[in-house]
Design a protein around this ligand. Sequence first.
Ligand code: R2B
Ligand code: URA
Length: 310
Amino acid sequence: MESEPDSTGNRNGLVIPKNHRKLHLLKVDHLYHLALDTEKDDLEKMFGDVRFVCFGGQPSRMEKFSALVARELNIDDHEMDGDRPKNYAAGTDRYSIHKVGPVLSVSHGIGIPSLSVVFNEIIKLVHYAKCKDVEFFRIGTCGGLGLEPGTVVVTEKAVDGEMNPYYKLAVLGKPVQRLAKVDQTLLESLLRCSEPDDDFKTVKGTTFCSDDFYEGQARLDGAFCEYEEEDKMKFLQELRNKGVCNIEMESLGFLAMCHYAGVKGAVACVTLLDRLQQDTLSCDVSMLKRWQVRPQNVVLRHIKKKLHIT
Ligand code: R2B
Ligand code: URA
């Protein structure tokens, strides 16, 4: 017998899409951008044991993350494709999905529109797979405000390019607002995952989520720019005075969609530069490699605690 839905619409820890009645009228649901579907793929068998879904921008970073998950959780029976972890979305090159034990690693591309497509299809995937008590994370990169580059920021509040704390979407031609609410237990758990021996700080703060990397983030080095250095600095200082610690491009949509879907979600990003000092990111690969594992390790420590792995 079906239990009563909780306040989010979910039941017994299962994820019930807000659209499940119409979805269940579909003969086959094609998760088109993942090249998976409910007819050819036994989603419950493939993904039923997933408990943690970790999103990040780049497929290559998320593939490396899944290799790190395998090492840290001591799992060596996950599916491989030659010497690389299997990409379950290999039938398309839009996104990637890797799975190691209970951890799914998913790439989301750049910006909320790209994230929103994969997020919809992953919510349906965890629903069809009957995953229980799933937690979602975005593990990413960002610009910092007055923080030492390499600092990990856990988002306490996300705001858009006009400082609104909600994700705005036009539905049937009308604006719909969805509040970006952070799950407090996950936020606090991630903060407790910083360790005294870490060679970096983990802080919490407001994340400014822009729809653009250049003008939307007050950069002077884009192809378009009609303001001056002093305007940029005044704006960034104002953000800082309002508690903004970092700037990126997905946190707001991610947290709003998690909250709306009734799934616990949190965002941890490493700052690649201090925007009060510079705009331009260099391609120092070795530094990037060292820093991008920092938020991954913070989230992995949380996952290990939840799985009682010491
Ligand atoms: C951080 O980095 C990307 C832009 O370079 C974007 O996806 C983000 O949020
Ligand atoms: N990602 C962003 O969106 N902005 C930055 O400054 C760095 C990474």
